[in-house]
Design a protein around this ligand. Sequence first.
Ligand code: SF4
Ligand code: SF4
Length: 158
Amino acid sequence: MKGMAKGFAKTLRHLMRPAFTGKYPWEPKVLPPRSRTSFELALDENGVPTCRSCGLCERNCPDGAIHIVSEKNADGRGRTLRRFEIDFGICMFCGLCVENCPFGSIVHTGDFELAMTRREETHVVLYGMGGGGGTDAGASGTAENSQAEDNKDGGRES
Ligand code: SF4
Ligand code: SF4
């Protein structure tokens, strides 16, 4: 009897406390800032990605999920990014690419709602044309992007 009363009292105490659970998806969930979520490329003041096509993230991705197309600049200094794609189907969201980019050019967006139903959707293009475009990032398209298509033959697939 005493045990029942104790249990009942405890239940009552918990009833008075605010709920731990949220009403997701009706109330959007905001994840902590360091959460490993979807990706986007940081842009400069002209809306151009700050990515310098160094290829570090592509070479060091443990899953080989990053695919970059770039071309050498005419003056021989540096490269211009033409296409930046991540295959979300094999990315394990380890965050190495974000942590190790020397220019802070690839960042997490905070978006974690990445459910996709078709394999081709998982090829998410962060910059440039084409791909399945599983998230908003895949819809990017600028004049420069069109030029990237035009210059595809001269591009380097690194
Ligand atoms: S995102 Fe960063 S590491 Fe990857 S190619 Fe661009 S500049 Fe290099
Ligand atoms: S989060 Fe990890 S697995 Fe995904 S693209 Fe970046 S380095 Fe590769």
